[in-house]
Ligand binder design. Sequence first.
Ligand code: ZN
Length: 510
Amino acid sequence: MPRRFALPLILAPLLLGVLPLAAAMEAAPSPAPPAALARLPEDPRKLDRTVSYAEMEGILRELDGKGPLQLSVEGTTTKGRSLFLVHASRWQGGKASPWKILLFAQQHGDEISGKDALLFLLRDIARKPDLLPEEVDLWVLPMMNPDGAEAGTRRNGAGADLNRDHIGLEQPETQVLHRIALGIRPDVAVDCHEFARDPEEYREKGWAKWPDITFDGMNNPLFSPDLVGTARGWVDTIGGAEAKAGHPFLRYWVGGVPPREEQRHSAPDVDSAVNSLGMYGGLSFIAEAAAPTGKASTGDLGNRVDAYLTLFRTLLAGDGQRGEERKAIERARRRPLPAFLPTNYLWANPSAKVTRFPVLEVSTGRTLRIPTANLMTDLVVKRTVPTPLGYAVEPRAAAEFRRVLDGHGIPAETLAASRSVTAEACMLVRVEEEFDEVHSRYGGRQVVRCQEGKGQELPAGSLWVPLEGEASVRAALVLEPAALYGLYQLPRFRALAGPGGLLPVRRVVP
Ligand SMILES: [Zn+2]
């Protein structure tokens, strides 16, 4: 009993005393609170622990307004975290528009080094604005998946793999990225990831994966070959810069151990960022740095950050490539669609070309070059459909499709009155969910059969999406019902199939 009363009696005078003390402390010069930026070591190679979401927010708020940097919050995740965007520009205006670069990282929450490197890049530009060329307009979204970053997971707070959501745009994070990309129309976009340097099947052989960093360009076969080639040119430029900086470099690849297993370059489908951002007409890339002992490990982090900084600085410097690239981008944006749309394509090695594939021998640190004919060299198209005039979406599915079309900046007309057209109806035969060895992809392959075109009435309230103008590449890639990897891999869109699997999108033909 007495002790219960003793406490307030002791505290009361203390509390009374605290108030004037606090006021005095405020008035007196006090040591500055530890600055958020102090979290970043002077030398990026010394970073030994990834920057958390909260630390990143502190850093970005400190950088806001410094030099050419402006911070904004572009959206919120399902768990209520902010999606931060930094815009940096010293462009004074002029005849040509600035060269717009969009860098984004950590779509996969457990792939950390791209984000860390971007924070160093921004810190350095804030201190020395000259590091940003005047003709470059830089946009940085350092952490696309804060919920996954905080949980240490690949997926976002809603359990989705964001890098499979770039066609359906069901998640707030991908919606925000595409809204930004539509607003900016970047000339260059880079999506930053990590891969496991020493997975189990490599360790069994006493090897580790050789490169510190990999990089590749957009490759969907509907893109202008001219632009895809321009992107490949950048892969070589980055490779040269990484080699000079002492970072082993390879063109991006995924797959198993050579010589028996297959390796291939990035997936050509548009449900991942590298090709979906390519739909906006600029150059688009994926980068992956090598993380040791599982993706979540922070060991060797400084080395990966350094490899990423080498990549970013090389991109910003431009290396004298921009004049020709601008022309290639402009040509590609004006290019009409080809007569056939590729719907089924895969990596292959048509001539069984032997490649000497580098791996690291862990015990000696030596580089071994393993001859293999299982590194896929070419993207081959296995099936196409004649390019239609456009697509018509049934009224019952119009709202769902309008959301996706708006998300990708694809204009569509809602028919005020019915319209007579010749159109092909398409049926969803099945969706295959198991891993597929031929396409080297996980589930979601849609098998669709389209009927011969016949005269029919599109009812009022239908959406009409003509394949014309700058958005036609996007419209074809998003809407083509016969695509092997399309919207119907997503349950939300599969549910819109009618009786007999009739899909809500018709191909309107001459
Ligand atoms: Zn990833």
